[in-house]
Design a protein around this ligand. Sequence first.
Ligand SMILES: Cc1cc2nc3c(=O)[nH]c(=O)nc-3n(C[C@H](O)[C@H](O)[C@H](O)COP(=O)(O)O)c2cc1C
Length: 364
Amino acid sequence: MIGMFERLARPLFHALDPEDAHGLTIRLLKFAPLLRAPADDRRLAVRAFGLNFPNPVGMAAGFDKNAEVPDALLRLGFGFVEVGTVTPLPQRGNTRPRVFRLDADAGVINRLGFNSQGADAVLARLAARANAGGIVGINVGANRDAPDRVADYVQLIERFASVASYVTVNVSSPNTPGLRNLQQAAVLDDLLARVIDARERVAQSAGPTPVLLKIAPDLSLADLDDVVGIARSRRVDGLIVSNTTLARPASLQEVSVAKEAGGLSGRPLFPLATRMLAETYVRVESVFPLIGAGGIDSGSAALAKFRAGASLIQLYSALVFRGLGLIEEIKAALIAGLEHDRLESLDDLVGVDAAAVTAEPWPG
Ligand SMILES: Cc1cc2nc3c(=O)[nH]c(=O)nc-3n(C[C@H](O)[C@H](O)[C@H](O)COP(=O)(O)O)c2cc1C
């Protein structure tokens, strides 16, 4: 049913501006009756950050920025959904057009700039579904004009801890000027100290809320050393590797669209994001789990993320090109991968190729 609808609708969606197509998709998910995806094979279950994931395939941040459809996404078969980025105050983001499809490359460039309905609206929606079950995390960011950006993160942790399964501190979006400077060692150390402190302050009423950090794929390896060291010493619960890239790989075919400013995602991001995932894995030494994101558009790409060091994965851009059937395709490929290697669980796959990936030539 979902598949048939998609096949009919895809040419129409592709004729639309990407942001209009996205808005239409959210509305459809809100109002169309959806079939529930089949129950997950037990071998897909993952325990991480103290949470039990029915399967490891997550919806990445940015698709449901305002928490309008997390339960529809869970019903479609995602093992978890990350809503946001939410900012404390509503803001419009950059002027349109600000999302571009690179059709020949199966990539996307966006410079949305944290368009958000703001914390009040998103909090109300998450509070209304707080007892619905399912893992719904929230990705938080600072307002563009915030006088004290760290205070924005602290405020959002305090407000969302009781209604979100986990909170992701997003310091890696390229479209808010200066935001990625929060990844610099001294600044990041202060940010994480205050964020973890805020989490502890509200833990008595909100319960133990895992705090994750989402990083850019454009960090140098020296910067990555610092980021991992600080994440470990401040005891974050996990890292998400990665956000979109400012790089434009030489392989891109859509050369004129590639000139648009913004973060690149989708298939062209896969080599860099997977390399950074493996580089992160070898530095983290299994102290906490990693979520792999960036360019997952097939079962084999998903398996490669686990082998490079991911315990869980997230995707977004490939849904534009491959549609929702990709979720079940990936889950089937993960099961087939386990059976092929005669393994009991995905845990046995995590990081098996990390060292080999870090020995390859740097992806260009
Ligand atoms: C249109 C668009 C909007 C996004 N918005 C956010 C966002 O608000 N916060 C965030 O942390 N990541 C955001 N991302 C990044 C994704 O969460 C993900 O990290 C990245 O796209 C790599 O995964 P993919 O190649 O599967 O898309 C966005 C990506 C796209 C394509």
